[in-house]
Every structure is written in C-alpha cells, then in structure tokens.
Design a binder for this molecule. Structure first.
Ligand code: 9D3
Length: 256
C-alpha cells in the first residue's frame, strides 16, 4: 500500500514512521510512504499557501490552487489513482470500521490541514473522504495522519507478525482487554491474582472473560451494547457488582 502525504511539515513524519513495525513494513515494501511539501506547489514568489477568509473572521484559510496543483501532480506519480483523504476536525471519526475501509485502498493521499481550515472548494471537488481522529483539537492534520497511517498499515497482511495479527481481533470483538501481569508474583506487597498462578487453564479463561466484561461495563458501556455476549454472560453481568479495580484511576479517586 502506498501513502502519499501532503503537508507543510514533512519533517514531522521522520521519526514516528521510521520505527519498529512501520519501518519493517517499509523495508519489506509492504508499505510505501511518500512525503510531499505543499509549499512546492505555491504559485507566487513568496510561496504563499494561505490567505484571509472572504467575509472576514479570525485565522487564515488554505488556498485552493496549491492544493489542487499538488494533488493533481501527485496523482500522476503512481498508479492507481489515490483515494484523497482530508484530515479535518469535521471529518468522520476514525474507528476500526473506517480503518478497515481505508486499508482496502491500494493508495491513499492524505492532505494535512493547517490554519483554520481549507477553502471549501477543496472539500467539494478534490477530496473523497474527510477524517477526524476524535473530539480533541490538535494543531494540524499531521499527527492525525500519522495515527491513521499506523492504524491502517497494521491491517495490511504481513505487516504484523502472525501472533500480533491474531490478537488484533480482540478490539474488533468490542470488549476491553483483561488485566495482565508478569513476574514477580509479588511486587511491593501487591500479589498477582491467585487464579493466574494456579495453572488451571479453564479457570484462567473464565476469569479473563469475566474481567473483560466487568471492565467494559465500567469503562466503556457504549461498547457493551454492540458486543457479542451469550445470554449466560449477560445474566452473569447483571448480577455482578462492579469491583473497584474495574474502574479507571480517575473514577477510583472520585470514590475515595
Ligand atoms: C475554532 C475551530 N477549530 C475547529 C475545532 C479550528 C481548527 C482547529 C484545529 C481547525 C483546524 C485545526 C487543526 N486540526 C486538524 O487539522 C485536524 C484534527 C483535529 O484537530 N482533531 C481531530 N482530528 C483532526 S484531523 C485534522
């Protein structure tokens, strides 16, 4: 899969994308990431890419002509035509379903916005999709684009090791993970739950499933509505109180 990134800050991408899994994927030619400096397509001698908003108001708007020129030129650099994705706070929220859809494209062109936004004609006539990474304001589309690339690349066959690829299924299952422990069995007086050191595999499996259910109800009840639970599990959950350790640290503190 080939990612084209159009940005005013291509240097932001070296580092995060050149580590670990993404580095291996690029070295193995499973993933290709091409960075493009938007300013190279500015049409005036000052290389201007932004301008004042018609009608007035705060901030600057990204001009349409550098963006159109850049996207049209980048499209000619490779085949097939890339799906053009604008990273914007107004976009569809990125989640597993959207990551799956994006991973089906052979080529994505990610436009990273800066300033207050882009000229509306870019959205209307140049962009195929608009994606947000959630209801939080960040300074531009670059970090969201890196997050998207990382999440999408993980879905490409061969990018993850076989074990990791299998374990990826668990978030799609819509339940949070069970608590995990490693050695030592006692650390500063805090012990690992007895069942995990018992060697009784069926009891371990039951405990882990119950922990996932309790945790998901306590922290992400929205996920539980869509989760695939058996009738028995639903009944068990109704009678089970939420233990304090299923809560996150912030909620535990509120109870103190
Ligand atoms: C004052 C209104 N702001 C919108 C909430 C303006 C604004 C803030 C930040 C416009 C652009 C930006 C830069 N952010 C992005 O380009 C961005 C983003 C984000 O801020 N949050 C979540 N996902 C994304 S994807 C791109």
């Amino acid at each position: 899969m080939r990612f084209e990134v159009l940005t005013l800050f291509p240097e932001m991408f070296s580092g995060p994308l050149d580590q670990s899994i993404l580095k291996r994927a690029q070295d193995a030619d499973l993933v290709e990431i091409a960075l493009h400096q938007l300013r190279d397509w500015a049409t005036d001698k000052h290389q201007t890419v932004d301008d004042y908003p018609f009608g007035g108001g705060p901030g600057m708007v990204m001009k349409p002509d550098p963006l159109f020129g850049a996207v049209e030129a980048i499209q000619l650099l490779a085949e097939p035509p890339a799906e053009v994705v604008l990273l914007t706070p107004q976009g569809r929220r990125l989640d597993t379903a959207l990551v799956h859809e994006l991973a089906a494209a052979p080529r994505l062109l990610l436009i990273c916005g800066r300033y207050e936004g882009v000229d509306e004609r870019v959205r209307e006539h140049l962009v195929d999709r608009e994606v947000s990474v959630g209801d939080v304001v960040v300074s531009g589309g670059e970090l969201p684009a890196m997050l998207l690339i990382d999440a999408v690349a993980r879905r490409i066959p061969g990018v993850l090791g076989a074990d990791d690829a299998l374990r990826e299924e668990s978030f799609d299952e819509q339940l949070l993970e069970y608590p995990q422990y490693t050695r030592p069995a006692e650390f500063r007086g805090w012990s690992v739950p007895e069942v995990l050191v018992s060697g009784h595999h069926a009891n371990v499996a039951t405990w882990r499933r119950q922990q996932r259910l309790l945790r998901t109800r306590a922290r992400r009840p929205d996920l539980l509505e869509r989760a695939d639970l058996s009738d028995e599990e639903r009944r068990w959950l109704e009678s089970a109180p939420t233990p304090r350790d299923a809560l996150d640290a912030d909620e535990r503190r509120r109870l103190d």
